[in-house]
Write a protein that binds this ligand. Structure first.
Ligand SMILES: C[S@@+](CC[C@H](N)C(=O)[O-])C[C@H]1O[C@@H](n2cnc3c(N)ncnc32)[C@H](O)[C@@H]1O
Length: 209
């Protein structure tokens, strides 16, 4: 009879280990704790993967000017935005969660962290924005909150500038009635199969006129 091979230390076989890119990183337990405490607002069990964060940052159009990241969490996407060469003075973070806002201030002392809801983006005295990069779980928000956030964001965006959003669903994570009311169109910017679960990155644009 063949006896299955046992590792001397009792450590699990490497065949059972997840590929590197799917393994939890150092922020995983903080993120999971906040997800269990505020399931509707965090609405994910782990931060975005490096691949997803990179794909989000790549969808920012070339150019200059300020941009806002909504719901940065532990700052996975923030790092990739900065790695694209965006000046720290141009990047504003808006995070509603106390723990994440505190962590972001420690981690990114050169950035402005606004500890408030994304729906307040219009009352922060910002100039017209080059882009909004959103890690908000729009799909799990009630329709009135989606509407308040998107109205405020598109009032603050420069004409033609995108609202960049990732989603784990197959469609657009905004109610179609709201898309029509705000004259928004969605374009797919990237699909990230190497995220768990796979994600798509969309840009929302407002029709001119
Ligand atoms: C799915 S997590 C994404 C975190 C991070 N962007 C990432 O991809 O790893 C959603 C984030 O949005 C934040 N959030 C939820 N509702 C918000 C709101 N109304 N305004 C600002 N941030 C909000 C949560 O606290 C959390 O950090």
């Amino acid at each position: 009879m063949t006896v299955p091979e046992t590792r001397p230390s009792g450590a699990p076989s490497s065949r059972l280990r997840l590929p590197e890119r799917f393994r939890p990183d150092a922020d995983f337990s903080l993120f999971l704790g906040q997800a269990l405490r505020s399931p509707q607002s965090v609405s994910a069990l782990a931060p975005a993967s490096d691949r997803l964060a990179t794909a989000m940052a790549r969808c920012i159009p070339e150019g200059s000017g300020p941009l806002v990241e909504l719901g940065p969490g532990t700052g996975k996407i923030t790092r990739r935005i900065l790695a694209r060469g965006i000046a720290p003075a141009d990047l504003h973070l808006i995070e509603i969660n106390d723990e994440f806002a505190g962590l972001l201030r420690q981690r990114f002392p050169d950035l402005t962290v606004h500890h408030c809801g994304a729906q307040s983006v219009g009352s922060l005295g910002l100039p017209p924005l080059r882009a909004v990069v959103s890690g908000l779980p729009l799909l799990s928000f009630p329709a009135p909150l989606q509407a308040r956030i998107l109205r405020a964001a598109f009032r603050q965006l420069a004409p033609g500038a995108p609202f960049i959003q990732y989603t784990y669903g197959p469609g657009v994570p905004v109610a179609s009635r709201l898309m029509r009311a705000l004259h928004l169109r969605a374009r797919r910017c990237a699909v990230v199969w190497g995220n768990l679960p796979p994600a798509q990155v969309l840009t929302l644009h407002r029709d001119a006129g």
